[in-house]
Design a protein around this ligand. Structure first.
Ligand code: NAD
Length: 479
């Protein structure tokens, strides 16, 4: 009999007639549990509870918020190994990646515990006599957070922590593919002493629970991370219902490798950026743009390195690449391999489904060479372990190829030239630039986000998160 996991609404755990199985993608016979699916009535109850709690939490002051956020950080750390295992079991990242992500969630809460004490305003002189002006930041109110499955604890953390720190109440709706970590986060927040209604968890589908959140008049702001299509829909729904909105969406991130690059370093950046976490990262380097003088050597060295990677059960030691997160993710990646071959790109290695010891969604990392900018494998986000190499004639051509995309999240360059690295930093149309580093892998105390089709609205993370999670009040004081 599988364990049952309930939604957390108004300080209580609430079951549902409808539940889904949370399956381990490394072994689909392993059912992690049966997770409640929120109905529109559950959404209504959670949003009303959050709105009611908002009256006191919004004026609770930094000390209480600091105490709750610090306790959440410590609560996550105390369960780091267990939750890292759960994350690997439900999402398919390797165990070390899972533990690392859990530690990151704890750091995020710790950082925003500190931010409760640092929320500053401004005081300006008036243009009129005997008037002073105060500009202060106030909470937005009730924040709906809609999150994807690929960072099932870090993304809920980096939306919930700033929201609570700045005095908002939260209704979190995680993705159905990996709801277990969000459920564990709700347990930790409940134990950390957040007053009832301040944080609510609604597991469920986008079409039912997500839609009800978007429709609800009691939600003041929606923060979303997920695909471009869903983001576009959410933006238009938020415009219709006048909600503040922030969207973090897909990527098709370039990693440029110049002739003067350190080859070993460039290969490591590509392996990490394109294939770790099974390529299921919005910041994955799915476009490798390589200058002609190093092109053949880079492809040979990368193919050799990929051949040494172990694909298998995410929970086993020594595995480098876990499974795709579910059947549709595996099918999508394998379909794109076929598309790439049909489009005329050269499949250097990988792309095959792999049998594990148990039924799971395994695939070997696929590398295409001789790809061109108009190919679908180069234009569309695959979100799996598939990368395509394009040849650049020189630095300027490489920059033009790097920017030839609808996305603009992260862009990387491998070079030993300070001048070219600096010119790339200036020219890249992306929210984040990496020099001699993988395009994926960021710090938690600085802004995260992109340009063009990757992001919409204020940045997430670091102190810049206040832009979204607060609203400005300008007070004129006559003396
Ligand atoms: P998705 O868009 O399918 O789902 C994301 C969330 O939206 C889920 O909780 C889902 O239930 C919900 N949702 C779906 N339809 C909805 C609707 N009509 N109304 C309200 N909610 C709805 O994305 P996914 O497959 O979970 O995640 C993968 C995507 O996320 C990729 O495109 C990836 O690049 C992106 N991503 C972006 C970032 C970033 O910070 N830029 C980080 C991680 C993932």
């Amino acid at each position: 009999m599988s364990q049952l996991f309930d939604n957390y609404i108004a300080g209580e755990w609430r079951g549902s007639d409808h539940r889904i199985d949370n399956l381990n993608p490394s072994n689909t016979e392993d059912v992690i549990g049966r997770y409640a699916q929120a109905t529109p009535d559950d959404v209504d109850a959670a949003v009303n509870a959050a709105a009611e709690a908002s009256a006191t939490w919004s004026v609770s002051g930094p000390l209480q918020r600091h105490a709750v956020l610090s306790a959440v950080s410590q609560g996550i750390l105390a369960r780091k190994e267990e939750l890292g295992y759960l994350l690997a079991r439900e999402e398919g990242k390797t165990k070390p990646e899972g533990i690392g992500e859990v530690a990151r969630a704890a750091q995020v809460f710790d950082f925003f515990a500190g931010e409760t004490l640092r929320l500053a305003g401004e005081k300006l002189p008036s243009v009129r006599p005997d008037i002073e002006i105060d500009i202060t930041r106030e909470p937005v109110g009730v924040v709906g957070a809609i999150t994807p499955w690929n960072f099932p604890i870090a993304i809920p953390a980096w939306k919930t922590a700033p929201a609570l720190a700045f005095g908002n109440c939260v209704v979190l709706k995680p993705a159905n593919i990996a709801p277990g970590c969000a459920h564990a986060l709700a347990e930790i927040i409940a134990a950390a002493g957040a007053p009832k209604g301040v944080f609510n968890l609604l597991m469920g589908s986008g079409g039912v629970a997500g839609k009800a959140l978007l429709d609800h008049k009691g939600i003041n702001a929606i923060t979303f991370t997920g695909s471009v299509d869903t983001g576009r829909h959410i933006a238009s729904e938020c415009a219709r219902t006048m909600k503040k909105v922030q969207l973090e969406m897909g990527g098709k991130n370039p990693l440029v490798v110049l002739d003067d690059a350190d080859l070993d370093k460039a290969v490591e950046c590509a392996v990490n950026g394109a294939y770790f976490s099974t390529g299921q990262r919005c910041t994955a380097s799915s476009r490798l743009i390589v200058e002609q003088g190093i092109y053949d050597r880079f492809i040979d060295a990368l193919a050799m390195r990929l051949g040494g990677l172990v694909v298998g059960d995410a929970l086993k030691d020594g595995v480098h690449i876990g499974p795709l997160a579910d059947e549709s993710q595996l099918k999508k990646s394998r379909d794109y391999v076929e598309v790439g071959v049909k489009e005329g790109a050269r499949l250097v290695c990988g792309g095959e489904a792999v049998e594990g010891d148990a039924p799971g969604y395994y695939m070997t990392p696929a590398l295409f060479a001789d790809a061109t900018s108009e190919m679908r494998i180069v234009r569309e986000e695959i979100f799996g372990p598939v990368a395509s190499v394009m040849k650049a004639s020189d630095f300027n051509h490489a920059v033009a190829l790097a920017n030839d995309t609808e996305f603009g999240l992260s862009a990387g360059i491998c070079t030993t030239s300070l001048e070219k690295a600096t010119r790339f930093k200036r020219a890249a149309k992306a929210g984040m630039v990496m020099v001699n580093l993988p395009t994926a892998g960021v710090d938690f105390h600085v802004p995260f986000g992109g340009t063009k089709g990757s992001s919409y609205g204020p940045r997430e993370q670091g102190r810049y998160a206040a832009e979204f999670y607060t609203t400005m009040k300008t007070a004129y004081i006559g003396i």
